[in-house]
Write a protein that binds this ligand. Sequence first.
Ligand code: BJW
Ligand code: ZN
Length: 221
Amino acid sequence: MLSGAGISASSGIPTFRGGEDALWSRYRPEELATPQAFARDPELVWRWYDWRRGLIAAAAPNAAHLALAVLQDRARVTLVTQNVDGLHQRAGSRDVIEFHGSIWTLRCTGCAREDLDERVPLPEPPRCGACGALLRPGVVWFGEGIDPAVMGRAAAAAGGCDLMVVVGTAGAVYPAAGLVTSARRSGARVLEFNLEPGGVTHLADLFFAGDAAATLPGLVP
Ligand code: BJW
Ligand code: ZN
């Protein structure tokens, strides 16, 4: 299973691409979700993350997250999510592979210490209690590698599955989108749930068009 921002859309969390949020739509993730943007203007990047943390804290998992949690009780499911919002875990999914990290983890840019921090809002920009250096979100930005252990687990699951269910991702960001290719190359069937076709739709055996919160519960009648 590979999920992306679209699965959290009906929980009120804006997606990265194609959204029309008045405040942030003029920024593309390729501009803000980068180490260069953070080095240039940490206040701006932290304002974006603080805004998102506020939305996520106030949001609840939707019927699509809940359906995947139920599916895990009925079948052997490895859930790889590109999302950093933690909504799968709040819906009851276990052993979620957070491919791009978590928005609730903060990492020190000085001593690399990592801590869970669920304060909303954070003191802006937050600083490390141990060494005083700037803290950054514990997520993966463009140009940064995926944690090798996380990559290993996700690649093994994709290469070893019989069925890959792809939900709410534009399939535009690598190496996450490449997991669908690996699954397909290893002989898995691919089901895709999305509002519209995207970068991995050509790999799908079946495409279910619509809001994932409406279509995914059909997998667990
Ligand atoms: C609905 C819906 C509803 C809406 N129901 N559906 C080729 C190979 C490998 C790498 C590259 C490559 N070419 C370029 C690269 C580099 C780059 C990359 O992929 N760039 C592309 C833009 C081309 N990749 C990287 O840099 C990655 N690292 C890497 O490659 O390391 C290797 C390396 C590094 C250095 C040196 C050498 C090698 C890292 C990528 C990190 C991405 N990070 C972000 C931010 C995370 C933190 C945060 O959240 O702030 O991850 S960017 C953003 O995009 C976020 C997402 O997880 C990711 C994917 O987005 P997603 O989930 O697909 O969301 P959207 O918004 O794009 O799409 C929403 C979808 O939902 C749409 O399809 C809608 O239709 C649908 N939808 N409502 C159902 N209700
Ligand atoms: Zn520190």
